[in-house]
Write a protein that binds this ligand. Structure first.
Ligand code: MEV
Length: 439
């Protein structure tokens, strides 16, 4: 029987691993060796990683790759992508190359507002609360000056604070709905620090507000936290070209391709089962760049999927049309990203990714990420409506199987050639590999 442990976080790394080995990996000494194998030789670098979070035992690698040839607003960029899924970087690169010779991607930031809320309970006259809010608002703004001073120097700060009566949804529920401009930082710490201070001042001042009854003075702060729903931190990416330049092979003309592509997008607009997978393809591109640049992909995911449901039905994030013979494919997504603060100056690979992207501002990174998502979606839908998705996937799958089998370079070359004309299945790859090895 396993007994719970207390004080695990206080143990040294070695002690933690010993405890784990003793408790859960008794018959698997190899697993413990793997933990050590993934430590960085450079102890300072390892310590840096250990300290990013708590109870670190080892590192968890993801491939860090590059998708070159992205022409974005006339600038040629190579996108760093951290992702484990095969075919994603290949697909992005292919889409980048395709659109580079058709004018490239256009991207624009529509707005950059971030939101944070103080959620509180108040029992009493809403009009008195409004009066109190107007009186206390300047005091709240004054109280956060030490926090906002630097942000204001960089051109950001608090844009607005509104009092919202939410009692129609929930008894006694009100909120301070606050809007921020956090410039090049994602701003989570900044926003949360401001909110907690607002909450403090709001609650304390209520106790002194003469017009309030004793009950009204007892404002209860439930929580103060930024929102990862950022529909006003919005970016649009787009590609377009004459229909006849879109596609041409023996099977399909540009016009036919455009029609089938648009129908595929419309299906994702009306059918949630398809929309989720369609948007997942977009997130393949988005998450990979978000992760490589040290941003919070969980926040990005949550915000984007909420945006995809803004009509009340979960729907496609991307859209397509043909007008006057021009095919246009575009997407608008909310993205709260940072290029300063957080991991950006701490994680060496994040620093490198930002160097590769030529030290973008947050605004520019929003455009790059939105382009990565659109490119990925174009590549996926293009495959789906032409060759099918498995052809490309199976090529990468082949490599994974060969790596699992420790295939040599020569074996890989021979089998890649063979499987250009044969169907990849796990057993067929093993069979062919054995044949080569017996020769
Ligand atoms: C796989 O990771 C992503 C796709 O399923 C996206 C799509 O279906 O559009 C290929």
């Amino acid at each position: 029987m396993i007994s719970p442990i207390s004080g695990f976080s206080k143990l040294t790394k070695k002690e933690k691993i010993d405890w784990l080995a003793e408790t859960y990996l008794k018959d698997q000494p190899e697993d413990v060796r793997v933990l050590r194998q993934y430590w960085n030789e450079d102890s300072r670098l390892q310590q840096l990683h250990d300290e990013f979070t708590e109870n670190t035992l080892s590192n968890f690698y993801l491939p860090f790759g590059l998708a070159p040839n992205f022409l974005i607003n006339k600038e040629l960029l190579a996108l760093p992508m951290a992702i484990e899924e095969s075919s994603v970087i290949a697909a992005a690169s292919k889409a980048a190359k395709f659109w580079r010779s058709r004018g490239g991607f256009k991207a624009e930031v529509i707005d950059m507002q971030k939101i944070g809320q103080v959620h509180f309970s108040y029992t009493g006259d809403p009009e008195k609360l409004t009066g109190f809010f107007e009186e206390v608002k300047p005091k709240m703004i004054e109280a956060v000056k030490p926090i906002t001073k630097n942000m204001e120097k960089r051109g950001g700060g608090i844009l607005n604070i509104e009092l919202k009566d939410k009692t129609e949804s929930l008894n006694n529920y009100f909120q301070l709905h606050c809007t921020f401009d956090t410039q090049d930082s994602m701003g989570a710490n900044f926003i949360n620090s401001c909110l907690e201070k607002f909450a403090d001042v709001f609650q304390q001042e209520a106790k002194e507000f003469e017009a309030f009854t004793e009950e009204e003075k007892q404002i209860e702060i439930i929580m103060s936290i930024l929102s990862n729903y950022v529909p006003h931190c919005l970016v649009r990416s787009e590609v377009s070209c004459p229909v006849e330049e879109l596609f041409e092979d023996d099977q399909m003309s540009g016009q036919e391709f455009a029609e089938k592509f648009i129908q595929a997008i419309k299906i994702a607009e009306v059918e949630p089962y398809r929309a989720v997978t369609h948007n997942k393809g977009i997130m393949n591109g988005i998450d990979a760049v978000v992760l490589a640049t040290g941003n919070d992909f969980r926040a990005v995911e949550a915000g984007i999927h909420a945006y995809a449901s803004k009509s009340g039905n979960y729907s496609s994030l991307s859209h397509a049309k043909v007008e006057d013979g021009i095919f246009t494919f575009w997407m608008e997504i909310p993205l709260a990203l940072g290029t300063v603060g957080g991991l950006t100056s701490l994680h060496p690979l994040v620093k490198l990714a930002l160097d590769i992207l030529q030290q973008p501002s947050a605004k520019k990174l929003m455009k790059i990420v939105a382009v990565a998502g659109l490119a990925q979606n174009f590549a996926a839908v293009r495959s789906l409506i032409t060759t099918g998705i498995q052809q490309g996937h199976m090529k990468m799958h082949l490599m994974n199987i060969l790596n699992q089998q420790n295939a040599t370079r020569e074996e890989k070359l021979a089998l890649t050639d063979y499987f250009k004309h044969h169907t990849v299945t796990h057993s067929s790859v093993i069979e062919q590999l054995q044949k080569i090895r017996l020769q």
